[in-house]
Each structure stands twice: as C-alpha cells, then as structure tokens.
Write a protein that binds this ligand. Structure first.
Ligand code: IMP
Ligand code: MG
Length: 198
C-alpha cells in the first residue's frame, strides 16, 4: 500500500503536467522556432563567439528575466573561459513607445573594469533596453562590450543599437517561449511561438 502511493501520485502529477502543456500549445498561433532550430543556431553563435574571444575571458551579462534560458544554453556551448552576471532592467511607461524609461533594477556587484562584456538578451525590440544597458556598462570602462540576441524585430527599432551576434530576424509579432513571457507565462516553453489573438 505504502509503496504504491508515491507512484500513483507521480502518475497523476505527470498527467496534470501534460494537460497544462497541451493548454499552452492551444494558446499559440504558430511555432516559429522549434527546439532543434534554436539549438542549432545557438551552436553556431557559440562557435563564432568562442573564435572571436579566443585567448580572452568573457563576462556574460544575462538580462533578466527573459534571457535566463538563452544565456544558459549559449554559455554551455562556449569553449572559452566565461563567467556570468545577472542584471535586470525595469521599464517605465509602455515598452511599446519610444519614451519608455529604463532603470536598472538589479545591478552586478562584481567589478567589470578591463573585462570583456557580452550583454545577452533574447529579443531586441525598440532597442531602448539594450541601448541603455550598453551605455551604462560602457561607462564602467570594460575592455570591450558587445551584444548578443537570439531574436531581432528590426522593423520596430527606434534606437540603433549594434548587435554583434544575432540568431534570427523576425517580423513584428509578439512571441513567447524560450524565456519570453506574456504576463509572466509561457517562459518554460521549449519553442518560440506567436500567441493566438484573443
Ligand atoms: P526593447 O527595449 O523595446 O528593445 O524591448 C526589449 C524587451 O522587451 C525584451 O527584453 C523583452 O523583455 C520585451 N519584448 C519585446 N518584444 C517581445 C515579444 O515579442 N515577446 C516577449 N517579450 C518581448
Ligand atoms: Mg516580459
């Protein structure tokens, strides 16, 4: 009796998880990039970054929350020494308008003077966030600073920001999954999809 209980509970919880996974999938319009496609692109980006920074040490600055999965996958493919720091930017005003202001909500404690910095975000939209963070960290005298993003909505760009390493360009559609959310949901989806209009 005792030995059967945990197994039953596990099976029930698995069934519930499957139910929710299915529910998420039904909210999606179209899967733009599946797991394999994302992984393949990240392997190529990591190879390029590893080559460009050969003989150097890299500090990856992961922009929370969206980039936690992307940064984790990307850094596991790097073959150079790398450390990671986490930063979080908060945006006041609608992120869909150019006047939205960015403040750094979570900063890093480690000194970055003389270090090679790579700012990582999953998606560049207006460019306001990345531009602000690049300028902020540039002012702290790193040896170099570059940006990597998995996705780029080029049509929506308001501020030109140099993205040294880019995964894919996408049209102006709202996407979720692979770290990206809608009302904090869907970050756990292993693929990137557009949301069905309600
Ligand atoms: P930007 O400052 O307008 O470039 O906005 C960048 C941030 O907006 C990203 O880090 C995301 O958090 C968020 N964002 C922009 N487009 C999307 C999207 O399609 N889905 C989810 N989040 C998005
Ligand atoms: Mg968000």
């Amino acid at each position: 009796m005792h030995s059967r209980e945990p197994g039953t509970r596990r099976r029930v919880s698995y069934a519930i998880r499957l139910m929710f996974a299915g529910a998420d999938r039904e909210d999606m319009q179209e899967i733009l990039f599946d797991e394999q496609t994302i992984a393949a692109r990240i392997r190529t980006l990591a190879e390029q970054i590893s080559k460009d920074y050969a003989g150097k040490e890299l500090v990856m600055l992961c922009i929370l929350k969206g980039a936690f999965i992307f940064s984790a996958d990307l850094m596991r493919r790097l073959t150079i020494p790398v450390t990671v720091e986490f930063i979080q930017a908060a945006s006041y005003g609608s992120s869909r308008d150019s006047s939205h202001e960015i403040v750094i909500k979570k900063d890093i404690e480690a000194g970055i003077e003389g270090k090679h910095l790579l700012l990582a975000d999953t998606i560049i939209d207006t460019g306001v966030t990345m531009d602000c963070l690049m300028r902020t960290f540039q002012a702290r005298n790193p040896a170099s600073i570059r940006a990597v993003a998995l996705l780029d909505k080029k049509d929506r760009r308001i501020i030109e920001v140099p993205v040294a390493y880019l995964g894919f360009e996408i049209p102006d559609v709202f996407v979720v999954g692979y770290g990206m959310d809608y009302g904090e949901r869907y970050r756990n989806l292993p693929y990137i999809a557009s949301l069905r209009e309600e």
